[in-house]
Design a binder for this molecule. Structure first.
Ligand code: ADP
Length: 351
């Protein structure tokens, strides 16, 4: 692949929020590093799956990409152009190439607007992209495109099912003819039977329109179906990234291996890591652990610790000092495009 295949690139992107306390006078008492130095690449016509537990920074990353939040640090490049270097008009035009599909089709659609108004609203914001045939015709075509009856254009969101509402959300995102969709947990609020239909629709649209997707989910099994490449996020950082075959079949990072062990597979003998239970919740991003952020929950570190030199965790497990003190960089695993940020993943035996 050449660099022209890259439609979206994120370099060392970070977003911190101040933590304030106090009833009347709010004092700043710390910082939440919601996104902490993320680099990613999205290719034309491909899907990058972004996976991680709730609170790992996925939605904040999505908001940075669509311009709802401003980064504290780092760059966002669309077609190789740094968004921050553009004037307002150019930035707005560029933004229309990037649209978002939201998680909850119940709350993301204005209940007082008809479907036609919801889908057609984008043409008021970006009049330059209104198709020659006019707004009404375009809206009807979009509804048809996403599998809804165009004659239902005057209905309101409550008259549709959850899956149909998500189709409305997709039609709204498509109105301005974007090239990139940021899908933030687009099927998480839907019944399992409906999830597949929406994923299939997204795949069809990708094939027909050449769209690129950043597909965010907390569930590895949903991402597996649609993603060409996968990135796993923990406490604001990417801990593993690579092609879907590498991340799923040659999983490296102990965090990803724990997530994988929770994924049901039809053939249990193929499941490498059975039931790795991660102890406790994810630590707060306002007070992340030192060194490797994952060391407080890591199940691999205690297995490689030298009993004479390791340090004892509150749960009694001994872990190598390097995990406590040095933040591991993303490094190539068995193949150069498969990266993991772990001091021991490459040498660790598969269970
Ligand atoms: P995810 O989408 O993976 O669940 P989020 O991006 O929503 O994660 O949140 C990452 C962290 O950033 C969380 O600890 C969350 O509480 C914090 N956070 C997100 N938005 C804000 C905000 N506006 N102000 C303060 N903290 C925030």
């Amino acid at each position: 692949m050449t660099d022209t295949d890259v439609v979206l690139e994120v370099r060392d992107l970070a977003k911190s929020y101040p933590v304030r306390r106090g009833v009347v006078f709010k004092r700043e008492v710390g910082t939440v590093r919601a996104v902490d130095g993320v680099s990613l690449t999205l290719r034309r016509g491909k899907t990058l799956g972004l996976v991680g537990e709730s609170g790992s920074g996925k939605s904040t990353l999505a908001k940075l990409l669509v311009g709802v939040e401003k980064p504290t640090r780092g760059q966002i490049l669309v077609d190789g152009v740094d968004v921050s270097e553009l004037g307002r008009a150019d930035r707005r035009r560029l933004r229309s190439t990037l649209q978002m599909v939201f998680q909850d089709p119940y709350t993301s659609l204005n209940p007082r607007m008809s479907v036609g108004e919801i889908v057609g609203e984008a043409y008021a914001i970006h009049p330059d992209v209104t198709p020659p045939g006019g707004r009404d015709k375009a809206v009807r075509e979009l509804l048809d495109r996403v599998g809804l009856n165009p004659d239902h254009v005057n209905r309101y969101p409550h008259q549709f099912s959850g899956g149909q509402r998500q189709r409305i959300g997709i039609a709204r995102a498509l109105a301005v003819r974007p090239r990139i969709l940021i899908c933030d947990e687009p099927v998480s609020a839907l019944d399992v039977s409906i999830q597949g239909q929406v994923v299939n629709l997204l795949e069809e649209l990708q094939d027909d329109l050449g769209l690129s997707y950043l597909f965010i989910a907390h569930d590895l099994s949903v991402v597996r179906h649609i993603a060409d490449e996968v990135a796993v996020m923990y406490l604001g950082r990417i801990v593993e990234a690579g092609g879907d075959a590498e991340v799923y079949d040659r999983t490296s990072h102990p965090y990803t291996r724990a997530l994988m062990s929770a994924v049901p597979v039809p053939d249990p003998t193929r499941r490498e890591d059975r039931a790795i239970v991660l102890e406790g919740d994810m630590p707060s991003p306002s007070d992340p652990p030192s060194g490797c952020h994952f060391h407080t929950r890591c199940w691999l570190a205690p297995t490689v610790a030298d009993p004479s030199s390791g340090e004892t965790r509150p749960d009694g497990a001994r872990i190598p000092s390097v995990c406590r003190h040095d933040s591991p960089k993303l490094a190539p695993q068995e193949s150069p495009d498969h990266l993991a940020a772990c001091h021991f993943a490459l040498d660790a035996p598969r269970r």
